[in-house]
Design a protein around this ligand. Structure first.
Ligand code: GDP
Ligand code: IMO
Ligand code: MG
Length: 431
């Protein structure tokens, strides 16, 4: 297929609140790249790829792993849960996917430890109504420890005495929080130590200095694809704070989390769903709390790939996506799940928000404003035709073309690829 990413190191980012269909698009683009690298997030991600009706859900391992003769890298910016990683490797191998020398793990990635998951759980329960609705994978507490310089990195697993001493000290500290603050049971550092020593030996073959690996790859002119996780509106700086994840989701995070210099990232490609979803708490101006929202959830299979939670659904929010395009510097995008809108008579795009007497056409940072913003919609006629079997541009119904062109105009970017079904084959190139 025609692919504008050829020859450019490309960063693929979600332009909404996650689950835009990034995994599927990464799998398709991987054909044109040598290396696929995850640079942030952890097992809070759930990237689904369907190949010949077989479904794969990747949480930590880049979605490029399904293609032969490609190398997948888990960069320094990732929060690495070794248990999750090992389970994922086992699952892939069961399905005859090779995981060996084609997987590299950064020795400076921070480890997710049992106390991170416990803290995630306890602090979410404590929050009540104000819950973020995290995936409870320990992501927030892991990044908190990293920034507080209280984390443990992959490399430390191999310095046995250092690891033991550090773990003991940290677990003793965490236990004070569990017991005194949450009235919960303490954890045993000895148990965690034994468990993680076991993981260390199993992950050892994959661990390396990925900074050197990536720099050698750049020098050798290998083609690199950066796989964003989550979505830009969950970015810790530019998302709907505090209802966000704890990492730099946007393209800037790709350089930091992979150790590749920003100048070596040549193209930023956004992925956006033809409507909007959000899982967890937080403002969502174009949310549909009605039958249509329920219809989109059912037709789009909008249930979390990581937690199974029903995703909140709504119309495409161009105000939010324009903000995401700006903070990423995305030049073009892939539009996914067009087929989910096939039966709609009318399709709406949220083009601005009304808040009191004011009309916003830019995304407000003020969290007091956003939940009270009312969407202002532009209405377009639906196409009411099955798009899931389209083979080329000629098959796109004219009202669907109109929807795509309208989005392009409002957003100021080119849609270069359409996705019209979960399978690897259900994609139409527009360039
Ligand atoms: P990611 O986190 O961005 O990789 O997205 P998820 O995998 O969490 O969610 C996307 C869901 O939509 C998955 O179940 C995919 O199999 C499915 N999917 C991806 N693209 C399409 C599409 O174009 N049409 C339909 N109907 N489903 C799609
Ligand atoms: P992918 O890569 C959708 C959401 C959670 C919660 C918030 C914080 O599959 O698109 P966290 O566990 O990260 O502390 O939760 O972020 N969230 C996601 N939502 N897709 C994801 O990843 C997400 N990863 C985290 O639901 O609202
Ligand atoms: Mg997902």
């Amino acid at each position: 297929m025609v692919n504008s990413t050829i020859g450019s190191n490309t960063c693929l980012v979600g332009l909404q609140w996650g689950d835009e269909g990034k995994g599927k698009i990464i799998d398709i683009l991987t054909e044109s790249f040598d290396i696929v690298v995850r640079y942030q997030g952890g097992s809070n991600a759930g990237h689904t790829v369907v190949v010949d009706s077989e479904k794969f859900v990747l949480h930590l391992i880049p979605s490029g792993i399904l293609r032969k003769n490609k190398c997948c890298v888990i960069g320094s910016g990732v929060a690495l849960d070794p248990l999750q990683l090992l389970e994922e490797i086992t699952e892939l191998r069961k399905k005859n996917i090779e995981v060996g020398e084609n997987l590299r793990i950064s020795e400076t990635a921070h480890l997710v430890l049992p106390y991170h998951k416990k803290l995630d759980e306890l602090s979410e329960n404590e929050k009540g109504e104000e819950k973020i609705g995290t995936t409870r994978r320990g992501i927030g507490p892991c990044y908190t420890d990293k920034m507080a310089r209280n984390g443990i990195r992959v490399t430390e697993l191999f310095h046995v005495n250092y690891f033991k001493e550090r773990l003991k000290k940290i677990v003793e500290e965490k236990n004070k929080i569990f017991v005194r603050l949450f009235n919960a049971d303490p954890l045993s550092w000895e148990k965690i130590y034994e468990e993680y020593r076991g993981y260390a030996e199993q992950i050892r073959p994959f661990v390396c200095d990925t900074v050197v690996f990536m720099h050698d790859a750049v020098k050798a002119k290998k083609r690199i694809l950066f796989e964003g996780a989550q979505g830009s509106l969950l970015d810790v700086d530019y998302g709907t704070y505090p209802f966000v994840t704890s990492s730099s989701v946007t393209a800037g995070g790709a350089a930091i989390g992979s150790g590749v210099c920003p100048k070596q990232i040549h193209k930023i490609l956004g992925v956006m769903k033809s409507y909007t979803t959000r899982v967890g708490g937080g403002p969502f101006p174009s949310e549909l709390n009605d039958e249509l929202g329920e219809y989109l959830r059912k037709k789009g299979g909008e249930y979390g790939a990581t937690t199974g939670r029903p995703r909140r659904c709504g119309w495409f929010d161009a105000v939010a996506v324009k903000h995401a395009i700006m903070v990423n510097g995305a030049e073009s995008a892939v539009l996914t799940k067009l087929d989910v809108l096939d039966e709609q008579k009318t399709i709406k795009i949220c083009v601005s928000y009304k808040f009191g007497d004011e009309v916003y056409d830019r995304f407000p940072a003020d969290l007091a404003a956003l939940p009270r913003c009312q969407p202002i919609y532009k209405e377009l006629p639906g196409w009411q035709k099955d798009t899931s079997k389209m083979e080329g541009v000629k098959d796109i119904p004219s009202n669907a073309k109109n929807y795509i062109n309208t989005l392009e105009k409002i957003l100021g970017i080119k849609v270069e690829m359409l996705s019209v079904g979960p399978d690897r084959s259900q994609v139409v190139s527009l360039i």
